[in-house]
Design a protein around this ligand. Structure first.
Ligand SMILES: Nc1ncnc2c1ncn2[C@@H]1O[C@H](COP(=O)(O)OP(=O)(O)O)[C@@H](O)[C@H]1O
Ligand SMILES: [Mg+2]
Length: 253
């Protein structure tokens, strides 16, 4: 049996905490379920809480706003960029409020304050983890000369995990794992299994499940000691405690 995940990075998918089909709408029930899983894991360790970073996605806040504003103008100028940033900050403070109410010292760090044209520097959030905070960051719009670039929550989660030396990197999605060709959730994804649906157009401006899997696989390859999982919100607590749930991402060799 593996020990609990500490340090750990949890990426909450926009598909989990928002209602994909309703613009700018939080899925209150699933947001609460995710926050409760994080909080019960965090609080179970009393005076020695786990070192935890939370990253979340955009769902019907970020992805929706980017698609809408890009289709109107063709790119994200300063005003559109600020609108996307505002939508994401709104979603993030909703999550942080729920975590705070459950006793988790959630501290929002907008990715647009951590990232610039030359990439992201997540050292500030790692410093805060050491000081007992639970940093929350998220996929965001980063201003650029040819319009804003979208940094994905999946990418931020991988970067945070590398910097933190995370023992576990847990992606929470509405799918609850990775569907194999037969439509059933794979227990292990090594990168060579055939997948269902993965090339369907995702409501996701940063590449959906295919991009997530590519990043997760690369991370798992470079950090063989880390556990990389894709799970549903109902399995998050068990995954954090080191149990088996969802799909384990583990390249062969
Ligand atoms: N083979 C697959 N396994 C799991 N999910 C898949 C697969 N192919 C497509 N998907 C879609 O990917 C979505 C999850 O990816 P995404 O929306 O990017 O998640 P996130 O909420 O983390 O951004 C699921 O809603 C699912 O419909
Ligand atoms: Mg996504």
């Amino acid at each position: 049996l593996t020990r609990a995940c500490d340090p750990v990075v949890v990426k909450l998918g926009g598909s989990v905490i928002t209602r994909k089909d309703e613009p700018l709408t939080v899925d209150e029930r699933r947001l609460a379920a995710a926050a409760e899983a994080l909080a019960s894991f965090y609080r179970a360790r009393g005076d020695a809480p786990p070192r935890l970073v939370v990253v979340h996605g955009g769902g019907s806040f970020g992805h929706y706003m980017v698609e809408k504003l890009r289709s109107e103008k063709g790119y994200l100028g300063p005003l559109e960029t600020a609108e996307v940033q505002h939508a994401m900050l709104t979603l993030s403070t909703r999550l942080a409020r729920v975590l705070l109410d459950l006793g988790v010292p959630a501290s929002v760090h907008p990715a647009h304050s951590l990232c610039g044209p030359r990439g992201c520097d997540l050292r500030r959030i790692v410093e805060d983890v050491i000081l007992g905070m639970v940093p929350v960051t998220y996929g965001d719009a980063i201003p650029g000369e040819a319009g804003a670039r979208i940094v994905s929550g999946d990418t931020l989660a991988v970067q945070a995990a590398a910097l933190l030396g995370a023992k576990c990197l847990v992606f929470v999605t509405d799918s609850g794992g990775v569907y194999g060709a037969d439509g059933r959730i794979l227990r292990v994804y090594t990168g060579s299994e055939a997948l269902a649906n993965v090339d369907q157009r995702a409501p996701d401006v940063t590449g959906g499940m295919r991009a997530k899997l590519a990043e997760a696989l690369e991370y798992a390859r470079d950090h063989p000691e880390a556990t990389v999982l894709i799970v549903g919100v109902e399995d998050l607590r068990a995954a954090l405690e080191g149990g088996e749930a969802g799909t384990l991402v583990k390249p062969m060799g």
